[in-house]
Unconditional design. Structure first.
Length: 519
C-alpha cells in the first residue's frame, strides 16, 4: 500500500479501485466498541475513527500537535474518520500509545486512534480540502516551531503538567467550573486554583500529564473568550504539584472529593508560582460574584460561543450563579405563560444561543418545557443568558436537565402539538462552525438584518404591536441592517420571538438579534 493516492472523497485510486478501509468497514463502524489497533504494525500514518460530524482538519491536527511534526492530514467526513501522517514513525507510536490509555476527544466526542495500514498519504493537491489541510498543518508548524509544542523534544525546562492562566481584558467574569469545562476538553484535570493578583483574574490548572497540558496551551493560548475581550494568556507553571486545602468556588482537588468547603474567601494555601514572582499565599481568590464565561472565538479554533456558564442576564447585575451543567444538551424551563408559550416561540428565543433540536412543553404542567440544544455547551449558553429573563410578564427559570434527549411521540400518538423537532429547520443561526453570531444577553436594542425591502414606517409598525418603539436607524453604510430600540428589555424579547424569521420577501426573512449598540 505504499504511496497510495487519495482523492478528496476519501477513495483510494488504484488497480482495485476499492474504498479505504483500514480495518473499518463503513461509517457504521463508529458504533462498534474500541478494539486493539486492528492488529496493524506501527506506521507513521495514524488512523482516527468515530470523529464528530463537524470535525475538521484543524481538529485532527490539534490532536496530533503534542506528539511531533505532521506532514499530511486527510479527513473523510462522510465516514467520520481521518488519517494523520507524521514526519517520523516514533511520533505516531507515541500518539497511539498515549491515546490507548487516555481516550482521545474531539469537540467533546470520544474517538479512537490506531495505526493505519498505509505507510504514507498522497492526497490530491488540487482539491479544496487539501488547501484547508495544508493551512492547518502550517498553523501547527508555526506553533511547534515557536517552541510551544513538542516537535523538538517538548517545552524547555521542566516537563510540567501545570498551566498558569491569566485572563486579560476581562468584560465577563470567569468561574472555576467553566475553566474546568473548557480545559478538560484536552485531558484529565486533577486540580484548579483560581485567584486575583494585581486586579487580574488568574488560575493554576494541573493536568494528569504533560501532553494534555501542552495540547491545552497550544489550543487556547491567546484565544478570546468573547469577541475582542477576555483573552486567555497561558504559560507553563514552574510548580510540580498544587496543594489544595478546600473544595469550593475558588479551588478544587478533583482527586479529593472529601476535602472541606472551607471559607469561600480562601482558595487554599500553596507554594507560590516561581513564574509569578515568589512564594507565599496567592491572593484572596476570585470574587464570589463571578458568574460565567462565554464562548471562545479565535481565528485558529473558533469555538463560536460553545463554552458558557452561569452569568446574570444583565451585565450590571450579575449574581453568583452556582448552577452547573451535567453534560446534558437539554435544559428545563419553568415559570412560562402556559397560555402563550408555543414550541416555535421557544425555538426562536433559545435559538439565539444555539441550535435548538427539539422542544417539549410538558402536557400536565404547561408552564414547564424541555429544550434540547445541539450540545451541552450550547445548553450552558442558554442557561447563562436566559435564566431570570422576563418573558410574558414572568421571570423564566432555566436550569440543566437530567435528560439527555427529548423523545418524540410514537407514530399515531398525539401530544396536542406540544413536542416538535427542529433538527432540519432551515432557520438555525449556528449552521456551521465559526459562523458569525454576536451573542449578548437580552437587551432593549435589537439588531435587524434583511430590512432593505422595508421602510422605516413599516418596521416601526411591525414592532409596535409588541410595545413602544423608542428609536430606530438604518446603518449608514448598509441599508440591509438597522437598529431598533424598544422601551424595555421584555418588549424587545417579545419582538424578537414574534418577528425573527418573519418573511419580508421571496426567500428573504427578517433576522432579529439582541445588540449592545445604542441609538
Amino acid at each position: 500500500m505504499e504511496g497510495e493516492f487519495f482523492s478528496s472523497s476519501g477513495m483510494k485510486r488504484g488497480p482495485d479501485d476499492m474504498q479505504v478501509k483500514d480495518g473499518m468497514g463503513d461509517a457504521n463502524d463508529a458504533k462498534k466498541p474500541k478494539f486493539d489497533n486492528g492488529g496493524n504494525p506501527p506506521s507513521r500514518v495514524v488512523h482516527i475513527r468515530s470523529l464528530p460530524n463537524d470535525a475538521a482538519e484543524t481538529d485532527v491536527v490539534q490532536l496530533g500537535m503534542p506528539f511531533g511534526k505532521m506532514t499530511n492530514v486527510l479527513v473523510l467526513k462522510q465516514k467520520n474518520q481521518a488519517f494523520l501522517e507524521f514526519a517520523d514513525e516514533s511520533n505516531a507510536v507515541t500518539m497511539v500509545s498515549y491515546f490507548k490509555t487516555n481516550p482521545a476527544q474531539v469537540r467533546l466526542k470520544s474517538c479512537y486512534v490506531q495505526f493505519s495500514t498505509h505507510k504514507e498519504l498522497k492526497t490530491d493537491v488540487t482539491n479544496v480540502q487539501n488547501t484547508s489541510a495544508q493551512a492547518a498543518l502550517q498553523a501547527a508548524q508555526g506553533l511547534l516551531g515557536s517552541g510551544n509544542g513538542t516537535a523538538s523534544g517538548g517545552v524547555t525546562g521542566e516537563q510540567t503538567s501545570i498551566l498558569r492562566v491569566i485572563v486579560d481584558n476581562v468584560l465577563y467574569p470567569v468561574t472555576l467550573e467553566v475553566l474546568h469545562q473548557l480545559f478538560s476538553r484536552y485531558g484529565k484535570i486533577l486540580k484548579i486554583i483560581t485567584f486575583t493578583k494585581n486586579n487580574t483574574f488568574q488560575a493554576l490548572i494541573q493536568f494528569a500529564d504533560h501532553v494534555s497540558a501542552v495540547t491545552a496551551k497550544d489550543s487556547l493560548d491567546n484565544q478570546n473568550i468573547y469577541n475582542g475581550c477576555n483573552t486567555l494568556k497561558i504559560d507553563f507553571s514552574r510548580l510540580t504539584n498544587l496543594n489544595v486545602k478546600y473544595n469550593n468556588d475558588k479551588s478544587r482537588d478533583f482527586t479529593r472529593p472529601d476535602l472541606p468547603n472551607g471559607d469561600n474567601n480562601d482558595n487554599g494555601m500553596m507554594m507560590g508560582d516561581m513564574g509569578m514572582g515568589g512564594a507565599g499565599v496567592l491572593g484572596s481568590g476570585a470574587n464570589a460574584m463571578m458568574g460565567g464565561l462565554g464562548g471562545l472565538g479565535g481565528n485558529a479554533f473558533n469555538l463560536g460561543g460553545n463554552m458558557a456558564n452561569q452569568l446574570g442576564n444583565r451585565m450590571g447585575n450579575m449574581p453568583g450563579m452556582n448552577q452547573s451543567n451535567n453534560g446534558s444538551p437539554c435544559v428545563l424551563v419553568s415559570n412560562l405563560d402556559e397560555e402563550r408559550v408555543t414550541p416555535d416561540a421557544l425555538f426562536v428565543l433559545f435559538g439565539v444561543y444555539g441550535n435548538v433540536h427539539r422542544v417539549k412543553i410538558l402536557f400536565n404542567k404547561k408552564d414547564n418545557a424541555l429544550i434540547q440544544m445541539a450540545d451541552p455547551s450550547q445548553a450552558l449558553q442558554a442557561i447563562t443568558y436566559l435564566d431570570k429573563a422576563r418573558v410574558w410578564g414572568k421571570q423564566l427559570r432555566v436550569a440543566s436537565s437530567k435528560h439527555q434527549l427529548i423523545q418524540m411521540p410514537k407514530d399515531g400518538q398525539s401530544d396536542a402539538g406540544l413536542t416538535k423537532d427542529y433538527v432540519t429547520n432551515p432557520h438555525h443561526r449556528f449552521k456551521r462552525m465559526g459562523s458569525k453570531n454576536y451573542i449578548f444577553p437580552p437587551t432593549a436594542v435589537l439588531h435587524l438584518y434583511n430590512v432593505a425591502t422595508l421602510e422605516e414606517e413599516d418596521i416601526r409598525s411591525m414592532f409596535s404591536q409588541y410595545g413602544t418603539v423608542k428609536g430606530f436607524k438604518f446603518f449608514n453604510n448598509d441599508r440591509k441592517m438597522a437598529l431598533l430600540e424598544m422601551s424595555s428589555v421584555e418588549e424587545a424579547t417579545l419582538s424578537l420571538i414574534g418577528l425573527h424569521n418573519y418573511q419580508v420577501g421571496d426567500n428573504l426573512h427578517l433576522r432579529v438579534s439582541f445588540s449592545r449598540s445604542t441609538i
